[in-house]
Ligand binder design. Structure first.
Ligand SMILES: [Fe+2]
Length: 276
């Protein structure tokens, strides 16, 4: 069976700079990435969302179009996630118009693996944090994951691992903005699926790997983030290889990251439970 090579980039954040986001460099960084992708010829390009730094409805549409125009130069198929900044002043239709692709839930066959593109709400409430994932979105995920024994890489902008935000520039002491309040329901769905699963997200602007009940959860650094790279834009992007052997994620830039994992274990409660 065929393995797949996926170029991954995320949290581009094109727009005015903030304290740690080098938004003013984002478009030229993305331009370099797209040039490299066109040489590398991956099977698919995955953008983890948050393409802009939101300002107002009119400015955001312009910023989103500028990012979309760079992505449109890619000849490989593209998957774009919706980030919270993409949806601050724009709706799904405006994002689709900027990108020239659908941003709905979808499943893509990648040979050995498939990609489950999960696009639940990214609404943030202040105070409170992320709105919960809706029942219809949870039902879609449950149905997709029980319907096949093919290994699934689930991709979402916001992570569901609930990993520690200690020392994260944005989320230390405010973890409710880093994940969903009902992420336990998602982990329950994963527990009851029989196929191998891995989960990849953006949003938290750092590289992480954690296993929960045998399922690897990964997050990748933002293209223009600087808080982990000494004030300079990380320029993070890379290649994810999905094969019968497992997962290989390799990110380049100033915050490099390389994780090689065997095929995740199948079945309910993938991790052995200690009998008490
Ligand atoms: Fe972001």
């Amino acid at each position: 069976m065929k393995s797949a090579r996926i170029a991954v980039v995320g949290d581009v954040h094109h727009g005015p700079p903030t304290a740690t986001k080098r938004g003013e460099q984002a478009l030229s960084l993305l331009d370099d990435v797209v040039r490299a992708i066109e040489v590398d010829k991956p099977d698919l390009v995955l953008d983890m969302g948050d393409r802009i730094n939101d300002i107002d409805p009119q400015t955001d549409r312009r910023l989103a179009r500028e990012v979309g125009n760079v992505f449109r130069r890619i000849t490989a198929p593209r998957v774009h996630l919706l980030g919270n900044h993409d949806m601050c002043f724009m709706d799904r239709e405006a994002n689709e118009e900027a990108l020239g692709t659908s941003v709905a839930h979808q499943v893509r066959d990648l040979g050995v693996w498939r990609m489950v593109v999960f696009q639940p709400t990214v609404e943030i409430r202040r105070p409170g944090g992320f709105a919960p994932i809706g029942a219809a979105d949870l039902a879609w995920l449950r149905n997709v994951l029980v319907s096949s024994d093919q290994p699934s890489l689930v991709v979402s902008h916001v992570p569901v691992s609930g990993h520690s935000m200690e020392s994260n520039y944005y989320f230390q002491g405010r973890a409710e903005f880093s994940t969903y309040p009902n992420r336990d329901e998602v982990l329950g769905i994963l527990d009851n699926a029989s196929a191998p699963i891995a989960w990849l997200s953006g949003h938290v602007h750092w590289n992480t790997f954690i296993r929960i009940a045998g399922i690897p959860h990964l997050t990748i650094q933002s293209l223009s983030e600087s808080f982990t790279s000494g004030g300079q834009a990380a320029g993070a992007w890379g290649t994810l290889t999905l094969s019968a052997e497992g997962i290989d994620l390799s990110l380049r830039g100033l915050d490099p990251f390389h994780v090689k994992l065997p095929m995740p274990r199948r079945g309910p409660k993938r991790w052995p439970m200690r009998p008490d």
